[in-house]
Design a protein around this ligand. Structure first.
Ligand code: BES
Ligand code: MN
Ligand code: ZN
Length: 502
């Protein structure tokens, strides 16, 4: 069981005897309304406690005061929101995460959304705060049958966010819930162990989206063979698990009566486990390769978010689900495979398998759906970790507009991307002596040659590739994420759709 949080919105009220969260500005300044709500006695007590603990209301500073005088609350949590400059740029999602991290064993909490007059406390801010709380309390612990003494068993907390426009917040919160749900789905998929989350099990999870009105088709190996996705099938041929491709279609743009609008296409690498194949990986850390399907997980999470919030857009999600294993039937270095669109690929290293999965999907989506754009996500190269660490995903694109919009959406959500180069000089590095191309380009510029490989399959469709090997798994802790699988990209792409395509 994971931690549960139930959030509602109401006119402000301090009668509850749970945890009372209050926002304090730099210099220990209480908003006028907050002062009026809690009364002089409580304010004086809290100010004395703040002084003793050197709490000044600096951004992200927190002070917990047990049993504050003058109010019924069992605990007061003072949260600093900084000076006017910081208050102008408050990230409410992160702030929500920070607060949720302070709830401890509380079963009931009230957040008083009041501050100085210049601080935005509207319905949208409250909904963002709520999103951050959901993201923070996410916990993947359902395989733990025993709890250490100091670990509270799964907690369930009721949170009331007090503000002047509860009805507006409730409406805005529907959006937050859809996105939080999508991120949780993506995180769950990435965290699940590879013996449980096989390609067929993954496909079954994706099929759940049909409950939200998403049209889901699952293609099995026989169908994939007929279509000609030979590169994708070659990756899975050394596994006892059958490969699958899942196509998810969301039709939310009802304005284009009859006429089909060009869908937005999202494509994900779903290698449920990557041993490297015959070019096998070293043992140390190989368990992390259960997360080599983070791109596909993001696509499923995104489709959930779009459908749950009834996005007014036509979107398709396509994921390639395979397991990369070494066995007597596995592909070999030296093999030449013919991709879906007829281009031939010489296999140099069976561990460069993600591009083999994606190239068939990209060419197929390009031909069959004539999309407005294609964005693919993949834990594609270790080299992107060397280049960018875990702070930015690598962005490769043939389209400056799409690239700029992704960059802006990244800034807005905190899921940031950094553009990397493409170009003919890199393209030469993957020319093959025997086939149209090789699946690796040597030691240098590994992330770029991988992207250059994908580019050969996108035709004229505006395209962006996000290399999320650094951001999708083994994520560092933040205010809004304590999970190994971060669910990275769901919020970024939801934002892109919302800001530019609805
Ligand atoms: N799934 C890996 C990339 C990866 C590495 C993801 C670390 C997450 C963390 C990918 O399939 C791979 O093995 N790439 C090789 C490519 C090489 C053989 C050209 C790599 O990065 O070493
Ligand atoms: Mn690999
Ligand atoms: Zn891989």
């Amino acid at each position: 069981m994971s931690n549960e949080i139930k959030i509602t919105f109401a006119e402000p009220n301090v009668a509850d005897s749970g945890t009372l969260v209050m926002f304090i500005a730099e210099g220990g300044v209480y908003g006028r309304e907050l002062s009026a709500l809690i009364g002089k006695k409580a304010e004086n007590h809290l100010k004395r406690a703040a002084e003793a603990e050197h709490f000044t209301g600096k951004e992200k500073q927190v002070l917990v005061v047990p049993a504050p005088d003058g109010i019924a609350a069992g605990r007061a949590v003072l949260v600093g929101i900084g000076g006017s400059k910081q208050r102008n740029e408050t990230n409410y999602v992160n702030l929500g995460g920070l607060i949720a991290g302070q709830l401890g064993k509380a079963t009931q909490a009230t957040v008083l959304m009041y501050g100085p007059e210049d601080w935005r406390v509207d319905a949208a801010a409250a909904a963002e705060l709520a999103l951050g709380m959901h993201l923070r309390v996410y916990d993947f612990d359902h395989y733990k049958t025993k709890k250490k003494d100091d670990e509270a068993k799964s907690t369930s907390v009721k949170v009331v966010i007090g503000l002047h426009d509860p009805a507006g917040a409730k409406k805005a919160y529907k959006y937050s819930e859809a996105v939080a749900g999508g991120v949780a789905i993506a995180r769950n998929l990435v965290n699940e162990p590879p013996n449980v989350l096989t390609p067929t099990a993954f496909a079954k999870q994706a099929a759940e989206l049909s409950k939200l009105g998403v049209n889901v088709d699952i293609l099995d190996e026989k169908q994939l063979g007929k279509i000609g996705m030979r590169a994708l099938l070659a990756v899975g041929q050394g596994s006892r698990q059958e490969s699958r491709v899942v196509i998810m279609r969301w039709h939310g743009d009802k304005s284009s009566k009859g006429k089909k609008s060009k869908p937005l296409a999202f494509i994900g690498k779903g290698v449920v486990f990557d041993t490297g194949g015959i070019s096998i990986k070293p043992a140390a850390g190989m368990e992390d390769m259960k997360g080599d399907m983070a791109g596909a997980a993001c696509v499923v999470g995104l489709m959930h978010a779009l459908a749950a919030r009834k996005a007014k857009v036509d979107a398709i999600g396509v994921i390639g689900l395979v397991e990369n294993m070494p066995d007597g039937n596995a592909q070999r270095p030296g093999d030449i495979v013919k991709s879906y669109d007829g281009q031939t690929i010489e296999i140099i290293n069976t561990d460069a398998e993600g591009r083999l999965v994606l190239c068939d999907l990209l060419a197929y989506v390009r031909d069959h759906y004539k999309p407005a754009f294609m964005i693919n996500l993949a834990t594609l190269t270790g080299a992107i970790l060397v280049a960018l660490g875990q702070e930015n995903a690598g962005l490769f694109s043939t389209d400056d507009g799409l690239s700029d919009r992704l960059t802006a959406s990244g800034r807005a959500t905190g899921e940031t991307v950094w553009r990397m180069p493409l170009g003919p000089a890199y393209d030469k590095m993957i020319d093959s002596r025997f086939a149209d191309m090789k699946n690796t380009g040597g030691r240098f510029a590994g992330s770029i040659t991988a992207a250059q490989f994908l580019r050969r399959f996108v035709g004229d469709v505006p395209w962006a590739h996000l290399d999320i090997a650094g951001t999708g798994m083994a994520s560092p802790n933040s205010d809004i994420n304590r999970s190994w699988g971060s669910g990275w990209g769901v919020r970024l792409l939801d934002r892109l759709v919302h800001d530019y395509h609805e």
